[in-house]
Write a protein that binds this ligand. Structure first.
Ligand SMILES: *Cc1c(COP(=O)(O)O)cnc(C)c1O
Length: 421
């Protein structure tokens, strides 16, 4: 459920008409609903009710300061994957002991930043990384809390680019080598082993792969405990999928996911950590764009938008589907027609949808890409010297620009001319 609904023939974000935001900020833009963000966070938090737990929002999905602050004020921790994200989380007021540091390639500088500012734990992905964290901790005279990310070798049954839990993926250490790697960790004086981490991929639409992985984590917990390790926290990653279309089978709900977690891991008495990103932000955001031209091709009509692949890359990168709706609600019974919906960038990949049924549209009409809140704005670029598009946050009947569109001067002035020119 989200808070982008038609009222009296017009699409609203909570209590604000989308057309009003478009008039104020220009198109294209991203708009997020505070109520939807908070609702999704609460679904996870409630799903783990009764167990000691922390929901750490995987902020790479959408990392605007205003989004982080909205979630942090509701009690969310953060899962960060870079020094920059760590700084963003701190800037949004998240205390270090609620920030988890994930990622396969943490640099010594990033590790130093986190150890200095405070960190809940590092999820370690390799032995060389373990050595570096140990060295930096000793240099700073602190002890770094760690889990080891294990790769359970399960098929997440998702798009290849976002599957992370198979042995061929670059993530984690093979679960078969866990005893050896934990023994190494325990021998390093700058580290304190506190748990196990697993994350098998993104946009999972079934519980089964999670359950297979978590059963392996349960076994591993018992084994590592018997080998003398103090396993008291299980970080279960993110990855629960969202419905990108209204028609297809809905992925499992957070409450079902939470019940499965309790069933597979509840008996271990561990603190549970989860790192959802997409499910919190995905359906909490739209990208709104305007039709610039309706162009008749030989056998089809194109809607040429002012938004492009640089603004929302998911269709080009992951063959992702986004439902696309007209901001002005089509009159009942109006006949739909197929359009190819494209951006203005000079690449055939700049195609959002082919033969998509839409109500008849004309130049100047606004359309909205649904489910664009996660991996949307954060993956945008200035390709073609197109300014990063603004982000807007709605809260009830209020809205605020939470990131401005840069001017062309600002963009150009980021470049510097060397002295010999
Ligand atoms: C990307 C990522 C997540 C979030 O995945 P979603 O599919 O957005 O829920 C969580 N944990 C780690 C380690 C990640 O890399």
């Amino acid at each position: 459920m989200d808070h982008f609904l038609y009222r009296d023939g017009a699409l609203f974000a909570e209590d604000v008409p989308i057309s009003e935001i478009a008039a104020a900020v220009g198109t294209p833009f991203y708009v997020y609903s505070s109520a939807t963000l908070l609702r999704h966070f609460k679904l996870f938090d409630d799903a783990l009710d009764g167990t000691d737990h922390l929901v750490c929002y995987a902020m790479k999905a959408a990392s605007n300061q205003a989004i982080l602050k909205t979630l942090a004020q509701a009690g969310a921790g953060m899962d960060v994957v870079s020094g920059g994200e760590y700084m963003r989380a701190k800037a949004a007021g998240v205390p270090g002991d609620k920030i988890v540091f994930s990622g396969v390639g943490k640099t010594a500088d990033e590790i130093r930043t986190a150890l200095t500012g405070g960190i809940r734990q590092f999820n370690v992905e390799s032995e060389p990384e373990m050595d570096v964290i140990n060295a930096v901790a000793l240099e700073l005279g602190v002890i770094a809390p760690i889990t080891v990310r294990v790769n359970p070798d399960v098929d997440a049954k998702t798009h290849a680019k976002i599957a992370t839990g198979k042995s061929e993926n670059k993530f984690g250490i093979p679960i078969s080598r866990a005893s050896e790697v934990y023994a190494l960790a325990a021998s390093l004086p700058g580290l304190k082993v506190i748990g196990i981490d697993v994350h098998i991929g993104s946009q999972l639409t079934e519980l089964e792969p999670f359950e297979l992985a978590y059963n392996k984590v349960a076994e591993l917990t018992e084994r590592l405990r018997s080998e003398g390790h103090d396993i008291r926290r299980l970080d279960l990653g993110g990855g629960l999928g969202i419905p990108y279309t209204r028609s297809n089978d809905a992925p499992p709900l957070p409450v079902e996911y939470g019940a499965m977690i309790k069933k597979t891991l509840g008996h271990l008495g561990c603190e549970i950590e989860i790192e959802p990103g997409r499910l919190i932000a995905g359906n909490a955001g739209l990208m709104v764009s305007k039709v610039i031209y309706v162009k008749s091709g030989e056998d089809r009509e194109f809607l040429i938008l002012d938004g492009a692949m640089n603004d929302l890359i998911r269709p080009a990168m992951y063959e992702a589907h986004h439902d696309i709706v007209a901001v002005q609600e089509p009159a009942p019974g109006v006949e739909q027609k197929p359009y190819d919906i494209v951006g203005p960038v000079c690449e055939s990949g700049d195609t959002f949808a082919k033969e998509r049924s839409m109500p008849p549209l004309s130049a100047g009409d606004l359309i909205a890409f649904r489910s664009a809140g996660a991996y949307g704005a954060v993956m945008s670029s200035e390709y073609n010297t197109r300014p990063l598009i603004p982000e807007v946050l709605v809260h009830g009947d209020q809205f605020a620009v939470i990131r401005e569109r840069p001017s062309f001067d600002e963009m150009i002035n980021r470049d510097t001319i060397p002295s010999w020119l």
